[in-house]
Design a protein around this ligand. Structure first.
Ligand code: GLT
Ligand code: MN
Ligand code: MN
Length: 386
């Protein structure tokens, strides 16, 4: 069998909104017909995916009666069971309904803030009913264009109050849910609140139950902010907060493109996969969609491509670890000194001795660490020459 054919053991997931994306953009009508969630489940299973994620409104349109909701959910559950797919993550659509035009948890209107919390609780109930263990918060409309509204500080505290409330709700229901905040710098708002992984990590520490809350970094979003996605997930891993991940691709400085994973920044994708393979055991979620030019065949080529590229890069990462020349270059780069134990343990005598120590600065200044060669070896490995 082709070693790059995905299987559920790879834990690849897609959102209903990703493979179901009809190709609408702000300037043009949809280019593809809407597809039934049960059809998407069957196709994803056929391609070797592990699971499917959803917003409340991807499955149950807002305003659906309780009886109709139960019928839709039962049909969806049957499709999941028939095709062996799970729902590891769920989230709330707090951005499409015009009621959220100036924010959901951060709306200046307290009635909207309460409605957003109510909608989220109903959506959490649905997600948990379907088996979700991670609950994502992408604050699509949490932001501003007009700072004369004066809500910058209030908005953060309203956001905090809402998350604290929802943590309490999850605990009160006995839900085994972890929350994952998904940052984005802008779009659809001019300026989004919690624009980057770093800002979300700082904010989480201010919550009442910080242990329940982590991040869901998205490749495209950090890239839009001009930041490195690999560096962002490294920071999340270091903080013990990488609860979920949204893989896709993006040209820096553009609108949110949500391109096929690996379509644009292959090297960043490679180092991302390397970090994930070493430090992350959750689902690999592709939050991307086929280009608007594509028909349904293009959608499935896109989905298969995301997973296949991930697996190829994972195999390359294993090769990187096994390549003697690369490993020798790495060992040469990371210099140690037997006289200098790391981490240094503070003691007054140690500090005095360290201040008094003489370092061979001319040789440290002139040492070439070999990064050009190491990088070239990496490029050749990615190009299939090693
Ligand atoms: C929306 C957004 C994504 C979020 C999804 C979850 S919805 O498509 O562009 O980045 O992850 O709300
Ligand atoms: Mn995106
Ligand atoms: Mn996303």
């Amino acid at each position: 069998m082709d070693p790059y054919t995905p299987t559920p053991a790879d834990r690849f997931t897609f959102g209903l909104w990703t493979v179901g994306n009809p190709g609408r953009d702000p300037f043009g009508e949809p280019t593809r017909a809407p597809r039934d969630p049960t059809h998407l489940v069957a196709k994803l299973a056929e391609l070797g995916a592990y699971g499917v994620n959803l917003h409340d409104h991807d499955l149950v349109p807002d305003g659906t009666s309780a009886a109709e909701r139960d019928r839709i959910v039962a049909t969806f559950k049957r499709a999941l069971a028939d095709h062996g797919l799970v729902v590891p993550m769920a989230t709330t659509n707090l951005f499409t309904d015009p009621v959220f035009k100036d924010g959901a948890f951060t709306s200046a209107d307290a009635r909207v803030r309460h409605y957003a919390i109510a909608k989220t609780m109903r959506s959490m109930d649905l997600g948990v009913e379907l088996g979700a263990k991670t609950y994502v918060f992408w604050g699509g409309r949490e932001g501003a264009e007009v700072d004369a509204g004066g809500k910058l500080i209030d908005a953060l505290s309203w956001y905090r109050d809402a998350l604290d409330y929802l943590c309490d709700y999850a605990v009160s229901q006995g839900f085994e849910l972890r929350f994952a905040l998904e940052p984005k710098p802008n779009e659809p708002r001019g300026h989004a609140f919690l624009p980057t992984v770093g800002s979300a990590l700082g904010f989480i520490a201010t919550l009442q139950q910080p242990g329940m809350v982590g991040v869901n970094p998205e490749f495209a979003h950090e890239t839009m902010a001009g930041l490195s996605f690999t560096h962002a997930i490294a920071a999340a891993i270091d903080a013990g907060k990488l609860f979920h991940v949204d893989l896709n691709d993006q040209v820096m400085g553009r609108f949110d493109q949500d391109l096929r994973f690996g379509a644009e920044n292959l090297k960043t994708a490679f180092f991302t996969v390397m970090l994930l393979e070493r430090h992350y055991d959750g689902p690999r979620h592709f939050d991307a969609h086929a280009l608007r030019t594509e028909d349904e065949d293009g959608v499935w080529a896109f989905a298969a491509g995301c997973m296949r590229t991930y697996k190829i890069l994972a195999a390359k990462a294993a090769r990187f670890d096994a390549d003697p020349e690369i490993q020798a270059a790495l060992a040469a780069y990371r210099a140690d000194d037997p006289e200098l134990a790391w981490p240094p343990r503070f003691a007054s005598e140690h500090a005095e001795a360290l201040k008094a120590r003489s370092f061979d600065l001319p040789s440290l200044r002139s040492r070439g660490p070999g990064l050009e060669r190491l990088d070239q070896l990496t490029v050749e490995l990615l190009l299939g020459e090693r």
